[in-house]
Design a protein around this ligand. Sequence first.
Ligand code: C2O
Ligand code: CU
Ligand code: CU
Length: 447
Amino acid sequence: FYEVEQREGKAEILPGRKTTVWGYDGVFPGPTFAARSGRRTVVQVRNSLTVPTVTHLHGGVTPPESDGYPTDLLLPARCAPGQTHDDRAGAHPGRTAVGYRAYEYPLPQPAATLWYHDHRMDFSAPQVWRGLAGFFLVSDQEEDRLPLPDGDRDVPLMLCDRSFAEDGSFRYPAHHEHDAFPDGVLGDVQLVNGAPWPVMEVSAARYRFRLLNASNARRYGLRLAAGDGKPGRFVQIGSDGGLLAAPRSLDAVDMAPGERFDVVVDFSAFPVGSKVTLRNSAAEGGMRDVMRFHVVRKEKDDSRVPSRLSASFETLSPGPAGSVPVRRFDFRRTHGSDERQMWTINGRPFSTAEVLASPRLGSVERWRFSSDFHHPVHAHLAQFQVLARGSRPPRATDGGWKDTVDVRPYEVVDVLVRFAGYKGRYMLHCHNLEHEDMAMMANFDVT
Ligand code: C2O
Ligand code: CU
Ligand code: CU
């Protein structure tokens, strides 16, 4: 059981400036929750901000009442003058609570790196930008027994970009400026766990990094390079939904918003004294650097990456029924009658009443996503495996259980989705948060 309060806090993100954050417990990133697979975790959230919020556990196998549907508002504990609870619920009827709400997470899922963030209808992007996001780590017995790096060598890294005004406050563009950001809002300061371009001192040993792209819209092509140009490698051990069956060595990790990569980096490959930079090859200028590691000492290292990781991992096979997609979702920009641009799925902007798919609980379906643009497609509840990218096989970074997949311009991605957990209404949406707020979301009902 945890209690957490959404409130304003002050942080020194840029040297000598104070930034007001809207944070869980007033901090950004919010507190990291450590939970256990199959053990019910209850998080009681109090909203001491002045705006409604919605908390979603991204990657969680969560009953619909606690999943953070965008209209299931948690209204501020204190009413603003002249307002009643009823007007504040506004035009979005849902399971509205006032002041407090208990979110229940039964977690019938393996060890995984999850995260939580705001999901308020039409306002997720600015509210996450102001700080409403954090890690939620699920562990289990199978993971406990693996000799992976742990303790202070198991490090969650939340990557996101922000812009700042002169006075140090977060600068999120006003609505009329949004046309300048058709790809979503990008910042010009790279943050890792809320700090700009940090330096981390490391031993010449293995580290486990749980990489999360918590940016509104920025994509990363991560690489490691030492000062002498020597490249480093990532050994991927887990994806969005948990550990892989076997590790996979990668020289680059491409990450779209919402995705997680659990990787091990062995700094003993570099001499003590080396400076190793984590670079984003998908960015320009100063944003090409993400953070730096200084290898400062030797250290005894008993950890290793075993050749078999999760024995419970199961590769879904399409079978005869899955050889053709049963449902197609086309993510596309269209223009409304007034020439306003809209982000749509199958030509439809989001409506709370419309349901695009009704898969059965316990079934596996082949879904096809297509797109005119970069859209990180995310499903709540249901985990999926990438089967094909058009006529090509999945990419090296597509392995494991996913809940978010980057669909690139004019690409067609087929996935096998497993509907396990609960019946009820869930979301499929673009995790570019500006696209999401501009209605690129759909309902599916697990029946
Ligand atoms: Cu991470 Cu529906 O969101
Ligand atoms: Cu989610
Ligand atoms: Cu999108």
